[in-house]
Structure formats: C-alpha cells, structure tokens
Design a protein around this ligand. Structure first.
Ligand code: SF4
Length: 387
C-alpha cells in the first residue's frame, strides 16, 4: 500500500490490517520521507474507515489463514489461486484505487500514480494549470493507486479504456508500469504506455535520484501540447522550460552535509589511525564516509566485514577497521563478525556500545546486552583479541 500523506498512512494501516486478515497475506506500507516526515491535521474518527468485505470472491474450504500441518505445495497453490485473487477483490471492494480526474467525454491521455508520485503529479498538474474543467477540455484522466502490487486489473483496464497514451509516474524503479504493460499488452486498442521510457524507448522519467514535479509536468505537457496545440498550455510550458533551465544553471551554493549529534561517541570512535582504512555499515556511523576519516564502502545490516572477506585476498592493505553499532550487533552483526572470523580475515571490528538503537529513534537493545557479555561472546566466537 502506498499512502500519499499522513491521513492515508493511518487509513491504509487499518485497510492493510483488514486486507491481511481477509486474504491471509502480509501487507506493507511504503514509507518515504515525503509521506512520513510531515505534520498534518488528520481525521482520527473511528467511523472514517469503513471496511467492506468482497462479495465477488469465494473463500476456499478452510479459508486462507495459517493452519497446522499445512503442506508446502498446497500452501504455494493457495497463494496463487486464492490469496492474490482475494487481495484483488478486497482492493476492488474498498475502492483503494480511484479515479481523480475523468478527463471529460473522450479522454485521450491518462496518468497513473501512487503515494509520493501522486503528490508530485498533483503539483505537476497545478504547474500546468490543469484542474477541473481544464482537465476535461484537454482530455486528461488521472488514476490514483492505493495498492501498487498486485495491480488490480479490472480498475486498471477501465482506466486505460479509450486512452491513446498512459503516462505512469513512479519514483525509482518501475513497479506499476511493468504490471500495466503485462496486463494490457496485446489487447485491442491498448494505449501506448510510457513512464520510465517514452514512445520510442528513450529514457523519460528517471529511475534514479529524485523525480521532481517539473519533470512530470514537462513530460505530460509536451504530449498534451502535441495533441491539442492549446495556447494557454504552450505559455505554461514555455515558462516551465525557462524555470527548469534557470534551476539547472544555478551553481550548488549550499551543500548541507549531515554530521553526528553534538557529544555523539561516533565523533571520536570513527577516527582511524594514519594510513588505515575503515568500512561503514547501517547506523549513524555511515556518515563517517562524508567526513575526512578514510571510511569508504558499506554493507547492509548483518554483512559487516563481508566485503573485506572478498577483498582481503587481493589487497595489499592487510587490515581494515569495520564500524558497527551495538544495535546492529544484537540484530545480526554478531553473525557477520562470526563469518569474518570463520573466513580467517584480519580486521578490527569497532563496536560502539551506546546502549541504544539510535538510528530508529533510540530504542533500547533487545536482550539487555552488557559490555562484559559482548566481550565474552566475541572471545567465545574466536576473536583473536578483544579490548
Ligand atoms: S543519534 Fe546517537 S548515534 Fe546517531 S549521531 Fe546522534 S548521538 Fe550519534
């Protein structure tokens, strides 16, 4: 589920819970800074979310929940034959995907977006002055997805019906676009589907970095202008083009590089001796890579040191430091250290013990690990020296 703002984070949380129970599936919510790091007034009334159970889906005997003595092959078959169809029925019944703009009597260009990209597309439409009657006059249809996987096919097909072109707007890699192409490919009268690539297969909206409303506005406006020749739109596009060119030409005058909090133990613990090299990982010490601390390269949580296991046999360096926090150590870092010991690598893990999982808000460590316990565990695992 991909919420566009805090109200939907709350609402989709409730829908997601109900969907999970109904279809026997895991549900997840996409959280990015644009829909999470916000303040907003929200409606918290209990009657706001009215969960509807589908009437067009027949539960198999025994339902879809977890059960004892389940057979793995039956479990796999249940996932594809029943659970996904049940989830799709739930999405339909609760109208989690919905039409924002109908595009008048004969819409020709459709936009499909979700979550953060939905908000960006709204802004792009504002930049182009496309609202209400203007959207109808220009034939612009806009479909908002609440759930990006699986893509509910009946609503998607209704949205795409009669359109010449569908612009899929999504940040980072394509998820909606590939599903939509799979669903509509080969259908009579299927629209051209563009997004990451344009009509000729050339790059259009980037999969990397940030996708900005101006980029969406230019991609949409160009196609609308080619179809309609609308003079007001032409004027807006010229303005937007000038603004985009001015912004692109601006020198980067302010570079705001994050740093450790005042008093943070990482401030001193990530300093390495002259000539040494260190690796980062998941934790605030990742920021050491942006500082003058000979720290470069990182892994996912629980693989600290793994890059050195592969690199060491080919390196003249002989030794590296690997920073790791106690939160990571408790989570999976202890296994990473065990792997490094098992591989016979020469390296020093610097374990910062600050008694907190700092990066996610300062929760306590699970299991109440102490420094003496940690040291004994390292010795027992075979660390050559523990200080
Ligand atoms: S949150 Fe804690 S660990 Fe992270 S930079 Fe601040 S003081 Fe350091």
């Amino acid at each position: 589920m991909n919420p566009a703002g805090l109200q939907e984070v709350l609402d989709y949380g409730l829908y997601g819970w109900a969907l999970s129970r109904y279809a026997g599936v895991w549900t997840g919510i996409k959280c990015v800074k644009d829909n999470i790091e916000q303040s907003a007034s929200i409606d918290g009334s209990l009657e706001r979310v009215n969960i509807v159970l589908p009437e067009d889906f027949e539960m198999p005997p025994g339902g879809l929940g977890i059960r004892r003595g389940d057979n793995v092959l039956e479990k796999e078959a249940r996932a594809y034959e029943y659970k996904i169809p049940a989830a799709l029925a739930f999405i339909r019944a609760n109208a989690l995907d919905r039409m924002i703009l109908e595009g008048g009597g004969a819409p020709k260009i459709g936009i499909i977006a979700s979550g953060k990209s939905y908000l960006d597309t709204e802004e792009a439409l504002d930049l182009l002055g496309i609202r209400g009657t203007r959207a109808a006059a220009l034939g612009v249809k806009f479909y908002k997805l609440g759930v990006t996987w699986p893509l509910e096919p009946e609503g998607a097909a209704r949205f795409a019906s009669g359109l010449e072109t569908v612009l899929v707007v999504e940040e980072k890699r394509s998820l909606i676009e590939t599903q939509l192409k799979e669903q509509l490919y080969g259908r009579r009268g299927a629209p051209a589907i563009i997004g990451k690539l344009d009509e000729n297969g050339a790059p259009l909206l980037p999969s990397h970095g940030a996708l900005e409303p101006v980029q969406i506005a230019l991609a949409l406006g160009e196609r609308l202008l080619a179809r309609t020749g609308d003079e007001e739109l032409r004027a807006r596009m010229e303005q937007l083009g000038q603004v985009a060119a001015r912004v692109a030409a601006l020198p980067g005058i302010i570079e705001r590089v994050p740093y450790f909090c005042a008093g943070c133990p990482h401030s001193t613990s990530t300093i390495v001796p002259e000539g040494a090299h260190a690796y980062a990982g998941i934790g605030c010490h990742y920021m050491a890579q942006w500082m003058d601390r000979a720290t470069e390269g990182f892994t996912h949580r629980g693989a600290e040191g793994a890059n050195w296991i592969g690199e060491a046999p080919f390196s003249k360096q002989g030794h590296v430091f690997q920073n790791i926090g106690d939160g990571t150590y408790v989570h999976s870092g202890a296994l990473a250290i065990r792997a490094a010991i098992a591989a016979g690598t020469t390296m020093t893990f610097k374990i910062l013990f600050n008694d907190a999982v700092a990066m996610t808000g300062g929760q306590g460590l699970d299991g109440e690990l102490s420094v003496p316990q940690l040291a004994r565990q390292m010795s027992a695992d075979g660390a050559a020296r523990v200080v």
